[in-house]
Design a protein around this ligand. Structure first.
Ligand code: NAI
Length: 228
């Protein structure tokens, strides 16, 4: 299948398609139309057709999409059809929570090791993953062909560790520390900020409340206008 440049917006939506297609496979569904997928995903059918047309013509008139080929193709595009070795820097609450989540491995993300500076944590094992001292970081990265590092350390420590990761050959940083990292062009950073997501949720819930209040105000006004 020819690989075209896919826009960032489409790539952002692909994991969601992948999740739904995985559920369809589990249900034994072999093909699905854009309309059926649209009803499930609450995305318009034309958006689905547009998105999926970006990487080849799977959808056939009157047949729909072959669920498994689409699933496989999206996995290829996302690069989750291969293994990515990962380390976690910072084995505190968040680092350990990530290490405890077994599902990442199903997607090809293998957590090879965890690192911390706290001597009380070093040597502990979380779901089979040993916590090591950060002084071992560079050698471990090279020996284990680590591509991705999750940063779950305080923000003040993040730039220095990011620099060490990059120097050791890490190509991607999954950054949970609340700081914007400066890295070379050939290194990618994905920032994950739960609090930003919560703020967006707060905005949406507030505007919904405001709309509801406005509606109620208008209804009261209408009510008053009615002749007695
Ligand atoms: P925590 O205090 O439980 O864990 C931080 C760990 O980092 C500690 O074990 C500490 O010893 C270790 N550490 C400190 N300096 C280090 C260094 N130079 N090298 C290696 N390890 C080092 O904190 P928690 O709750 O796990 O949070 C970790 C970070 O993630 C914090 O910066 C927090 O603000 C951030 N965070 C981000 C979230 C997000 O959505 N992006 C959500 C929750 C936390």
């Amino acid at each position: 299948m020819e690989r075209k440049e896919i826009s960032k917006a489409v790539v952002t939506r692909l994991p969601r398609y992948y999740r739904y297609l995985g559920e369809l496979i589990e249900e034994g569904v072999e093909r699905i139309s854009s309309n059926e997928l649209s009803a499930r995903m609450k995305v318009t059918a034309s958006q689905i057709r547009q998105d999926l047309n970006n990487f080849g013509g799977f959808g056939q008139q009157g047949y729909g999409y072959n669920v498994r080929s689409l699933y496989t193709e999206i996995a290829k595009i996302l690069g989750i059809d291969r293994q990515h070795n990962l380390v976690i820097i910072g084995a505190g609450n968040l680092g350990q929570a990530i290490a405890n989540y077994a599902n990442f491995e199903r997607r090809g993300f293998i957590i090879k090791g965890m690192f911390d500076i706290n001597p009380r944590l070093i040597g502990l094992v979380v779901r089979g993953i040993e916590i090591r001292g950060v002084e071992e970081l560079e050698k471990f990265i090279v020996d284990n062909e680590v591509q991705i590092a999750a940063l779950t350390i305080p923000k003040t420590k993040a730039p220095e560790i990011a620099q060490r990761l990059v120097n050791a050959g890490v190509k991607a940083i999954w950054n949970f520390a609340h700081i914007d990292l400066v890295v070379p062009e050939d290194v990618v950073v994905e920032n994950v900020h739960l609090s930003e997501s919560l703020m967006r949720l707060s905005y949406r819930v507030c505007s919904m409340q405001e709309q509801q209040e406005e509606k109620e105000r208008e209804e009261r006004l209408e009510e008053r206008k009615k002749p007695l």
